[in-house]
Design a protein around this ligand. Sequence first.
Ligand code: F6R
Length: 608
Amino acid sequence: MCGIVCYVGPRDIKSVLIEGLKQLEYRGYDSAGIAVQNGNRIACYRAVGKIVELEKKIAGIEIIGESGIAHTRWATHGAPTEENAHPHRDGKENVYVIHNGIIENYHSLRRRLQQEGVHFRSETDTEVLAHLIALHYDGSLSEAVRKTMGQVEGTFGIAVIHRNEPGRIVVARRGSPLIIGLSDGSHFAASDVSAMVRYTNQVIHLQDNELAVLTKDDVSISTVQAVSVKRVVETVEWRGEDVELNGFPHFMLKEIYEQPNTIENAMRGRLEPAEGVPKLGGIMPVWDRLKDCRHLVIVACGTSFYAGCVGRYVFEKLTEIDVQVELASEFRYRKLNFPPNTFILALSQSGETADTLAAIKEAKRKGASLLGIVNVVGSSIARETDAGVYNHAGPEIGVASTKIFTSQLTILTLLALLLGRHQNLSLTDGIEAIRALQRIPEQINAIFAQANHIEAIAENYYRCSNWLFLGRKYNYPIAMEGALKLKEISYIHAEGYPAGEMKHGPIALVNPEMPTVAIVPQDDMYEKMISNIQEVKSRRGPVIAVATQGDAKIRELVDEVIEIPPTLSFLNPILTVIPCQLLAYYCAKFLNRDIDQPRNLAKSVTVE
Ligand code: F6R
């Protein structure tokens, strides 16, 4: 959840590190710090709060050096204080280390070090690394890091500098991402390419149990057993402007508006309209087994989980496959009993979510085949799965996921369509589905044309402290997602419910102060939804309906209507979620919330 950025080279180190940290701030933002080495002097600055606090602290201070490490923290061990902020150092201030992940045996290591007289300054698990590396140091930082890696358990991505080794950074990983960036006469390392994409698109993904020594002219990679490794340099498709606001006030709004493009990208080169069948090159390695799949288990967390819940209905509509959707954080603790030819499908924007990663590893141990739908190329989940499909949606920087959700829905539909067409789904149904998918981007633009109307609705209701979201079938997960979006960025309490369940409890909450957002497109659930809306109205609850264009009946019944263009019922969620995203965004805006970095949250959840 923390973010790491390192640089060695001739550029202005202060600005490279601070700008890099700002790109990583979405990963965690309770404190930050940098350590810059100039000859055998290391200057270290840390501050509690967001990167801007660190920036203020070092404003006006000349920081020069040819190598440096920087970190943004999301607290796990110890409160967000300056002493707990990274970089951490040993007693003699020779070694400075930053760390992403959790050292699981830090208690016993700390106790042992304390018995040997080591004094600890912080409450963090990370500090043991600084002391261990210092104790092992015998003229080679990489050897000291290697020995330390042999002693620690848990997950880490680390970067280390030593006073005696100017111009050199040692990075290492086990379980937490670390990417090395190559540019002329300089090298970067970061937990995410967005921190360096302004300078380079040439990267190497460090693998687990590897360490790399970076100097401005060279990168050498080896395993923890000191076996030298050659890794291919990959070109990333993300561009500098992808990590800029480009005139939008927030990344979340920018990413909401990117959806027509990101959906196009999810489909680009993947449709054969005349055959009514998609092509998904990434799953071809397992196609022989996948085409006979009869049991699919989708595992994911948060918004990705809700995408999976929509996926289940779509698979049920288009295929003969029996689908189960599981929260990754629960799944791995269940008794797993897979019928033959079960596929596990992991959905993850970051590809690093610890719960999802652990769930698929457990499923693999039980013999299941693994697929992934992942946005971040080369991420841990992408590497752990046997095959998969990338979103190609560019970086998602707003902490609240938006564009990846609709991209996931698009790819899930393509996958279901592909499998369905090899089962019972007819050519006509396939062609109709592809045509409808192709219209989705322009239909989303039609929803954007109502942005002012949605903003006005938000202005009317943002003071209400409790909201209910209702939907059925395909749109039940949209009710859940709508409620999640609202609560995470506006801090308004919201519940997403399958509308049929309302009478079994939540109806007790309905009153004139609690708005209900009813997701009610004209599909086979329409009449049932109308009855539920009537139940809310008869208890004087205000209702905001997300309904199909031209639905006159709904207008008479509810207080506000946001229209979506007509599409096939199983594609409605890609459209109905857009007004929910915008409603959440505008409520948060009226409440003056920190929309891109809501309190307590982090984008990439790498702890279980
Ligand atoms: C909510 C949100 C989270 C993520 C969840 C899974 O807006 O962003 O609920 O969806 O943490 O993350 P990924 O998809 O990276 O596995």
